[in-house]
Ligand binder design. Sequence first.
Ligand SMILES: *Cc1c(COP(=O)(O)O)cnc(C)c1O
Length: 430
Amino acid sequence: MSNYKIETKCVQGGYTPGNGEPRQIPIIQSTTFKYASSADMGKLFDLEASGYFYTRLQNPTNDSVAAKICDMEGGTAAMLTSSGQAASFFAVFNIASCGDHVVASSTIYGGTYNLFAVTLKRMGIDFTFVSPDCTDEELNAAFRENTKAVFGETIANPALTVLDIERFAKAAHAHGVPLIIDNTFATPVNCRPFEWGADIVTHSTTKYMDGHGAAVGGCIVDSGKFDWTKYPEKFAGLCTPDESYHGVTYTERFGLEGAFITKATAQLMRDFGAIQAPQNAFLLNLGLESLHVRMKRHCENGLAVAKFLKNDPRVTWVTYPGLEGDRYYELAQKYMPNGTCGVVSFGVKGGREAAERFMGNLKIAAIETHVADARTCCLHPASATHRQMNEEELVAAGISGDLVRFSCGIENSDDLIADIDQALAASQMG
Ligand SMILES: *Cc1c(COP(=O)(O)O)cnc(C)c1O
């Protein structure tokens, strides 16, 4: 980890070319890598030497970009994945398997909720969902003998709840398990969860990090701080020999700083192959180079839009953690004093139908499932991303029929507000 400030890390981190080498990260568009002897290659397969052999597991372009995100988060090791979903899956499945249990915040992203509550459940992993606002008693009561991790989002998409990372980390550690934080919405520009006790961070790099709607991707970063060896039976996969890798014990060979990511690469990338394309990693890096500049504007626009909505009688409620008076304002000030994100949620007066009319009349803001893009986009979750949830699940996830998720881009805020203003006028004409 370098000592540079976050802005410098965004631009300079991860890749330092030598004399006469390309200034920009080279795209290593190669599935495979050549060796002089079988013995040389054998050492790679035994994880005795480090090097590349097949892009399903690792690629130099990806590793340079992962190193930058690792530096930005203040971690010790990181890997890129093909999507944010793959990052969430790997982060959990690397330490939990059939018969295990995980505690998760109930307001997590809908895709992650499905992954956990449906697909990982089918793989034999049980989840207990707790409100991010639960009491310490409720949180502690969620743990079981077989609990392997706690999972939450810094700022939840789209509920915009803010997780008290320090409190959740303390509870996780008291029960001998790591806290995994999905830091997609805050980005390491605005919040670095490791500074508050989180152990693993995941990202959908598809969002602000790429920022241009160009490439789907994900990332996992390890803080290197969680001591798996204190609980060798609970984390047997990290602390006992891996027969599928010639008896390597990850914590012994790679230390606390490298065990988690090496295991996820050696086992999960090998077997599931959710690698990010090197082309996409290159695009992601272009986004990272301006992330700090864009996040500032996203947050300024988010706050301007939130303030406008707050005073508008055609709007029944506004949620924006950066807005004074918001339920999460104090927590946001603690964890993200320089800004939260560009996403604002609000309720259109008149409920579901009015919200749909509002959506239909927007001119700048495009209707997309996407969010956190340089271009403003907008979504009505109840009729789109969350439509498979029943009413009870919607309430638990913090989604109501009138909820509009408005993702402020980096355009001029006057233009965004004028667009909202005219669409709100149309929304009331039902
Ligand atoms: C989009 C998103 C994901 C899933 O990421 P993909 O890149 O779409 O697979 C996970 N978590 C959060 C918070 C997201 O916004």
